[in-house]
Design a protein around this ligand. Sequence first.
Ligand SMILES: [Mg+2]
Length: 195
Amino acid sequence: MKKVLKVGFDLDGVILYNPIRVFRPFAKKFLKPLKAGVLGQEKESFYFPRSNFEKFLWRLIHLTSFKINRGYDDLKKLSKNKGIRLYLVTGRYGFLEDDYEKWLKKINANKVFEKCYINKKNTQPNEFKEEIIKKLKLDIYVEDNWDIIEKLNHHTGAEILWITNLVDRVIPYKNKFNDLKEVSLFLKKFSSRHV
Ligand SMILES: [Mg+2]
């Protein structure tokens, strides 16, 4: 019998197009010393907004994930295929849940994804994703953030696909894609071969 292929997707930068995504590598350089110094957070951890003002800014940043990515229609078609099961796993923190719910409706998530997960307990996004990937025994996870890719490759057995950006594109990686459309086409081919 054919095994069902289980694939997880990140939300921001993968299902949704985020135009400021390309600034992330710069923001990282800037935020790292700031995090350690002013904000008193661990250098290697992902930033978590603590004060109301920081949360407000964080919300604004996520409001820029304003449109559905090219290729989502292909994914919808793919979800009808019985040999594949799609899951949405976002590292978004709990206080962004209202915006997340709005997006789930807009993208008709209940028709496309088997189940959707948000990081309600505000753990580190990579740890949350790792936990769900293991729990669901995902074969593949699609991510746009290079730092998270490295961590997931280290801690899970899933095949991690990377949707890259203009700045990070030079980093060599085996599963590198330009957009969701390319990923969808890859998954379509892959699932037809997958036994
Ligand atoms: Mg992302």
